[in-house]
Design a protein around this ligand. Sequence first.
Ligand code: FMN
Length: 344
Amino acid sequence: MPDGFNLQREAERGVESVGVMAVQREAPEEFEVAIASAIAAPEAFGASFDELPAGDELELGAGLEGDPAIAFRRTLGMFATGVTILTTRVGENVHGMTANAFMSVSLRPPLVLVSIDRRARMNDLLHEGTRLGVNVLEAGQAALSDHFAGRPGAEDVEPRFELVHDTPLVEGALAHLATRIVRSYWGGDHSLFLGQVVYARYGEGEPLLFHGGRYERLVRDQRVFSALPHELLEPILAHGVERRYEDGAAIMRRGEPGSELLLVVEGEVRVERPGRSLMLGPGELVGEIEVLDPVGKRIADVTAVGPVRCVVVTREQLVAALEADPRAAVGLIEVLASRFRETA
Ligand SMILES: Cc1cc2nc3c(=O)[nH]c(=O)nc-3n(C[C@H](O)[C@H](O)[C@H](O)COP(=O)(O)O)c2cc1C
């Protein structure tokens, strides 16, 4: 059964329950306004687009000088977001647009919101009933983001789409939502479009992030000890003791205190955490971060896949090894320092 089927049912149930809960249905007036589908939706409200209450000018805090619009934009840029490509079908073509002004709104019914510049072509294409795809980009898709933001880059981008619920979805995105526009609102020089989600799915991977006007990515690289040169790692592991696990045995559990570093010598282990799972085999290390953290908790479930033999180094053994050879301690500091350089 496709994921979308369940969500659709959830959506229908949600809509029904809104009808039953009369008290909760007291919604702001604009919710009751019908949208003329022939007109770009917010225009249908007859709203005054450019009038703002007098005396409410934007005041900039100390240290913020120059063009207030730029200062405002930079302030907003401090809010770190993911990046989406919004997609809609135009006849036999697809129109896509990069947007980070996306938010979740409601679970029942499932609703999301996007904010679109009134000058964008996408703004003219959306109205009540239009299908809108929201494609959450994966860390390696910055070129795709630039492409749909109208910023030609060095990299050739050839996006591919699949149609789900008559909604074009970008292949290879980290998560997909197919929505139907149900309302739209005035948002100054932007329009706010509320979409009811009719299909949702996500895969595994890291998201592309946007912060301070540039792309960023999560650094969840767990390698610390395994980045050490062999001659510094060997003596540390020599302090450990051997341990064996049966097939299916829980080696580590999320949330448990973690004070052991584990080297897989024989067999394989499965490392699982939300949105991410991987297999590790002989020569690979598990628990590299937690063993350095005196109050560290396990962030993943680790299970033996087949019989597993490993070497376990406790925190105490690790400290003894580092005292015996401070070059290894310096090596670890260098590995961690390079991690910060990577994100700067
Ligand atoms: C990371 C990033 C996020 C963006 N977010 C938005 C947004 O949320 N809303 C918006 O209207 N434009 C946003 N833009 C700008 C649009 O992608 C850009 O103006 C695009 O060319 C509009 O496409 P269209 O006019 O073909 O529909 C963003 C651009 C980038 C690079």
